[in-house]
Design a protein around this ligand. Sequence first.
Ligand code: NAP
Length: 385
Amino acid sequence: MATEITSETLGKFSSTDDVIAYYSDAATALNGNSTIIVTGSNTGIGKQTAVALAKLGGIIILGCRNIEKGQNARNDILNKLNVNGSMNNVHFIQLDLGSLSSISSFVKEFNHKSQKENWPPLTHLICNAGLFPMTNTISFNNNITGMENTFAISHLGHYYLTKLLLPNLRRSNANGGNNRNNTTRVIMVSSGSHYGPLLTKDMTSKKEVLEKIVYPSSTLTSVSKKKNMGGMGDDDNTTNNNKYSGTKCYGSSKLCNAIFAKALYEREKDNNIHCASLHPGSLIATDIARDNFFANLAFKYIISWFTKTIDQGCSTTLACCLMPVEQLKGQYFDDCQVKNPGKMVYNKKAGDVLWEISEEILTNVGFGSESNLNRLGSLKMSSNL
Ligand SMILES: NC(=O)c1ccc[n+]([C@@H]2O[C@H](COP(=O)([O-])OP(=O)(O)OC[C@H]3O[C@@H](n4cnc5c(N)ncnc54)[C@H](OP(=O)(O)O)[C@@H]3O)[C@@H](O)[C@H]2O)c1
């Protein structure tokens, strides 16, 4: 099997089957040896990623916030794959990444089921869930006062989930680490939007990140919606203190995903946990524009003619799941290959600042390190977070 990816082999329009064929040894090795969590897998790229991985025979966990949608997705995936009725390797566990309590409950239930049903080690965590704010009015998280919701879900939720699953991921190496194809990885589905426009370009300044991304003031509302086409057409690359932009908010949340992948790798590489971030493709016809009627129509029925299919949009995720771990190194991928990211992504200080902020928030709301251990030991649902 080739170890280097070249454009002749995998590229922009590779399907998930192409990726599986290219990494056939690694794909075969997943069967019976791997448990894989995919967040936001009831629809879009996450669901199709789960379909592609479920075919390979590992245990697939769909982490979705809506119980009905999650269960329907599970049934749908099994019905699609289950030609002879023998597959039962897809499971749904409720996960709302906007709620720290829900994340704790997810991990607790995952640990319980994993032991009870003797699942193989957790080898892949795919942080795919995301949302695109379709207006230029700030949406605040329901649980953490003053925190912007896109940051809360796309970054902080995934940060906390990864943190709670680190013991599982580290343990997996003890069981499966000898098989390099099976070595543990955390994959962050970022976006080309991380290049900009952004709420701030300076991710090395804690103050900037806190004030512009994490806790934007409620007074920073509404740029002309007309000008910005419901938050999609904003090409102003500067930050105006009196204005807020859904597009910039999305870009900054995706930048956090890419910075986190690199920072996590640097912290966990000695534990043999490997990471990557990636761009699935642009303007793929998923439900991402669901909050804007016209944008949603355009995505699904016009733009989709010119962009990757949803399946092609999963190929880079799949490549990151299957390629030899040595090639990941916390890097940013696009079209199944390494690509140069925005300059903040590999900036150590930016990684440290994001880490410090995330830890401080968790501690301030009672979900810091000590409380994590207690919570996973005997979870009390008293907190609303
Ligand atoms: N489509 C594109 O062109 C494109 C381009 C670049 C990057 N991406 C990235 O690709 C990833 C997948 O997006 P997609 O295009 O497949 O969008 P999508 O169809 O809207 O799927 C997003 C998924 O995230 C889930 N989600 C949202 N908030 C959540 C929460 N609080 N807790 C748990 N899950 C939550 C959604 O669940 P519900 O159904 O319950 O809302 C849904 O399952 C995202 O990270 C996105 O930023 C997409």
